[in-house]
Design a protein around this ligand. Structure first.
Ligand code: CMC
Length: 375
């Protein structure tokens, strides 16, 4: 093998077959189990999309009701995990908190929800508990008492309520619900791949999701939307977009929220979130973000020919509905946990240990020396 044969970053490598998610990078389409994301964002709910990704079909009303009730019933944090969360420093990274909580949860879980080789019980439990963990941590650092599990609330409404006592408007809840739908899966992205690698050793669902959260934490995967908000702070007004972008490009800096490894046209998730950024901006009487982002889009397309990705508009929606910047990546996890678990369950069905190879470029003729003889 030669160095040029190495597929660095596994770019363009097709590693497995999957029925869960299809990305048409040239046509700008994203499908979950065959359904276009645009239809799902317009007509579905996060709970329905979770069912679709796990079971491969849309639920009947009775199946949806049952799933919604099961999710709501699994929100409770076990006392052992609460004790751990109470001891975590209040200034910890929320992604560290989430990763620690999922790892610890496996220890405190009752036997019946422990995942078997293909159990959906673990997927439900992990999806249900992530908003509770984030809410518990965020309220604790703000000196607020934890929220009871509120089975009357949808997943999106419960997440917002878990963060803040302020009652969110139905439009804010819908905006979050759509954002959760749009982030729920994206084929073999790095964190999903990490989850599948872990599952391919026949390890359990909780370990796979712990691997995925650690992988999502890196700024090259989760986190670009928070950096878009920093860029907006820098730009301040639409008419300054050109100057700031040109300045950054002259310094060879990347403009966050633009470009994509797979999409060669506009990311369909960006198209939907652009409209939600406008709607939420109008409802909150604050169109600053939306207007500045529109100006930014124009300049970046003119200067670099790049299209927006999912991260361009999501931060503006989150900020307006009251999600703080350091919870943007954890919010991604609150949604993507559905995709991670769907992929892990698929991996268990068609298991093949994932174990690529490295092209060795080190020496092959060294001999052991006694410690005293080493320079
Ligand atoms: N700003 C400025 N230039 C860019 C950008 C950008 N955002 N994205 C790509 N380019 C340029 C890059 O400099 C290079 O130019 P040249 O050929 O002159 O050196 C060319 O485009 C190709 O770049 P690349 O890194 O080979 O392209 P890629 O397809 O591997 O990059 C990317 C994909 C997402 C890493 C990149 O577009 C990027 O860094 N974007 C900013 C970060 C960001 O928004 N990330 C969120 C991605 S969407 C999340 C998800 O789907 O999970």
């Amino acid at each position: 093998m030669a160095s040029e044969d190495v597929q660095r970053g596994l770019e363009d490598v097709v590693a497995l077959e999957s029925r869960i998610c299809f990305i048409d990078g040239k046509g700008g389409r994203l499908l979950y189990q065959g359904y276009d994301i645009r239809e799902l964002a317009a007509r579905s709910t996060f709970e329905e999309v979770a069912y679709l990704l796990w079971y491969g079909r849309l639920p009947t009303p009775a199946q949806l009701e049952q799933l919604t009730q099961r999710l709501a019933a699994l929100r409770e944090i076990p006392p052992g995990l609460r004790e751990i969360l109470d001891r975590i420093p209040k200034d910890s990274s929320p992604m560290d908190v989430l990763r620690t909580a999922v790892s610890a949860l496996a220890i405190f879980e009752p036997e019946e929800t422990k995942p078997g080789a293909s159990s959906i019980g673990g997927a439900l439990r992990l999806t249900a508990i992530l908003p509770s963990v984030l809410g518990y941590y965020h309220r604790r650092r703000r000196g607020l008492p934890p929220l009871p599990s509120r089975p009357d609330l949808s997943h999106a409404a419960y997440f917002l309520a878990a963060l803040d006592d302020r009652a969110p408007s139905p439009l804010d809840v819908k905006a979050l619900d759509v954002a959760l739908i749009l982030h729920a899966d994206h084929e073999l992205n790095a964190s999903t791949f990490a989850a599948r690698v872990t599952a391919s050793t026949l390890s359990d669902l909780y370990s796979a999701v712990t691997s995925a959260i650690g992988t999502l934490k890196g700024p090259l995967h989760g986190g670009a939307n928070a950096r878009v908000m920093d860029l907006l702070d820098d730009i301040r007004a639409p008419e300054r977009a050109e100057e700031v972008v040109k300045d950054r490009l002259a310094k060879h800096e990347r403009i966050m929220g633009f470009g994509h490894r797979v999409y060669k046209v506009e990311d369909p998730r960006a198209t939907i979130l652009r409209e939600w950024s406008r709607q939420v901006g109008e409802a909150h009487h604050d169109l600053r973000y939306y207007e500045t982002l529109r100006a930014l889009e124009g300049v970046v397309h003119r200067e670099k020919g790049l299209y927006p990705n999912v991260d361009l508009y999501s931060g503006s929606v989150y900020t307006l509905i009251g999600i703080p910047e350091d919870l943007f990546t954890p919010t991604f996890a609150v949604s993507r946990v559905v995709g991670w678990t769907a992929h892990v369950l698929e991996e268990y069905q068609d298991l093949r240990l994932i174990r690529p190879m490295a092209h060795y470029i080190g020496p092959t003729d060294l001999h052991y020396t006694e410690p005293a003889e080493r320079a």
